[in-house]
Structures are given as C-alpha cells and as structure tokens.
Design a protein. Structure first.
Length: 318
C-alpha cells in the first residue's frame, strides 16, 4: 500500500477515489466510468507535479526519508551483476548497517558499498536503521583498500541519518573510524563515485562520500546535522526543524550551487518512492556516464584531483 506524505493528501484523496471507481467498474456489469477515471487521473497527476516542483527544504527531508524509497540493496539488486557480499571488519565484527562487496556494473568489475536502512521492522533492526557503528566504517575501509589493491572502481550508495550515536560506539572509537574511513576514500587510487540516494547525514555520510564525483538524487538531502538536531541546538526547540532545514542548505539544488556536489539525478514525478525502477535506472545511467569519464585517469591523478576538490570547498566564502 502506498504511503502518502502530508503535502500529498490532496493527491491521496483523488487516487483513493480512482481506486473506488475501478472497484465499482470491476464489480458492476455494464458500468463504464472510464471517462471519470481519466479525468481524476489527469487531475491527480497535475496536483502531484505541482507539489513536487515547489517542495520546501523540510518537505524534501520528508521525501528523502520516505519509508518506501528504494534502499541501497535495491540498487545493488537492480544495477549489479555477480554481486558477492563481503562481511566483517577483520577485527571480529560485522556491522550490517554497511553492506558491500564485489560486483560487475554494466560489465565493469567494481567494489560497491552502501548504507542500508532496511524496509520493515525486522530488517531495520538487523541493519540498525542504517546507522553504522565503528565496525561498519572499518568494513568500508577494508573494501576501499581492496579496491585500491586490485584497481577496481568504487561505487557508494549513501542513505543514513548519521553514524550510530550510542555510548558503545563512542567507546569503540566512532570518531576515529569515521575519520579513517574518510581519509581512506580520499587516498583510493581508483575512480570513486558516491551517490546520495536518500538522506546523507553528517560525518556518517561523508565517511563514504569523499569521491571523485558526488551525485545526488533530486529529492535527497545532505547535511552536517539533521534539521531536528540543529533546531534543538540553535533554538532549543525541535519544532523549529523546518526553519533549520531552510538554513542548512541541505537540498541537492542548494548543494550544487555551493559546489559541494557534482550532479543532480532527476527523479520521477512523485519521487523515487513512487517509481523506484525508473529512479534506479536513472542512477545507473548517471553512474555509467561519470564512470566512463574517470576510467581513463591514472590513480595518482585521481587522488590529486580528489584532494584538491575537497580542499577547495568553502574557499570562495573566506
């Protein structure tokens, strides 16, 4: 069953009416209501298009967090061949908030890494709601180093509200794990493409996002802190989250203007959650195009340009 966001309620009412009419046509003999269904369908599509062309930053946060938005493993399944998952950090733990391994992407051997939220309560608990602990980032480091050793491009799919903030994670070196993961990404002598597919939260996302190219889906977000957290700190009032979302400049459109990302991938009208196959295909095409640009470059050149790219961020503001 489709889940609707608050600003989609007018569309939900129309689509529920369409469903009722279709059921009536199915149950009743000789009833022809195709014209009425067509009119309502056109009206619903127009309202949906109008809503998604003027989303506020806070509404984009809701879309990026939508429970039916495709997850990292959905992208793996649709875009990859011969995917072989690799588990563990070689120190005794396997954090399933971070998934990854070896695969082929349109014939090219690659290493893939993703943050996985899960799709129901059981899988969300198993994947810790997509919030990695130190072991997850150490697993990512292992995969990045493996890619460098064998000359394999790296593709990351990021969808996390941030690293796990629990005391247990801090005791096991969460900050160091994030920092080392970021550094490992910056030093990888292979093409590195990071894609924000939902929520890119804080250092937990940056740890897997320091790539040659950073791509974002049109209605995804990428921020140093969640709007609710920023509101609690700045105004001591979580209800100011919508104001914080505006100030944080967390939308793909704002980040492209600030030159913090490299490309926006369009989503179907209604978001990736409404037409997941189309959204995943668009992401695959964008990655394929960028990867072809990066493959001819040698490792030393890639690392130098990647470091300069991130060092240049914010210089214009000084």
């Amino acid at each position: 069953m489709r889940q609707y966001l608050d600003f989609e309620k007018p569309v939900a009412e129309l689509e529920n009416k369409i469903a009722e009419l279709r059921q009536m046509a199915k149950d009743g003999e000789g009833i022809n209501i195709a014209d009425e269904i067509g009119k309502l369908s056109d009206k619903a599509e127009k309202q949906l298009r109008a809503a998604y062309t003027k989303l506020t930053p806070w509404q984009k946060v809701s879309v990026a967090r939508h429970a039916q938005r495709p997850r990292a493993l959905d992208y793996f399944k649709a875009l990859l061949e011969e995917y072989t998952p690799l588990a563990g950090d070689r120190l005794g733990h396997d954090d399933q908030a971070v998934v990854g391994g070896l695969a082929r992407f349109r014939g090219q051997a690659v290493v893939v890494i993703g943050t996985e939220r899960g799709f129901d309560m059981e899988s969300r608990l198993r994947h810790n709601f997509g919030m990695p602990k130190p072991e997850g980032y150490r697993k990512a480091q292992r995969l990045v180093e493996l890619a460098g050793r064998f000359g394999l491009p790296i593709l990351t799919f990021i969808d996390t509200s941030g690293a796990w903030p629990g005391i247990d994670a801090e005791q096991r070196g969460q900050a160091q794990a994030i920092a080392r993961s970021t550094d490992c990404c910056l030093r990888a002598p292979v093409p590195f493409i990071a894609t924000i597919i939902g929520e890119g939260g804080s250092g937990g996302a940056v740890a897997l996002g320091a790539g040659d190219r950073v791509l974002m889906l049109e209605h995804s977000i990428y921020s140093v802190i969640a709007p609710e957290g920023a509101a609690s700190i700045l105004w001591r009032d979580p209800k100011q989250a919508s104001t914080a979302a505006e100030a944080l400049k967390l939308t793909a459109q704002d980040l492209l203007k600030l030159k913090l990302i490299d490309r926006i991938i369009p989503e179907p009208i209604g978001g990736a959650q409404r037409f997941p196959s189309e959204a995943i295909a668009s992401v695959g095409d964008a990655i394929d195009e960028v990867l072809k640009e990066l493959l001819p470059l040698d490792g030393e050149n890639l690392v130098a340009k990647r470091r300069e790219k991130f060092l240049a961020m914010g210089r214009d503001a000084l």
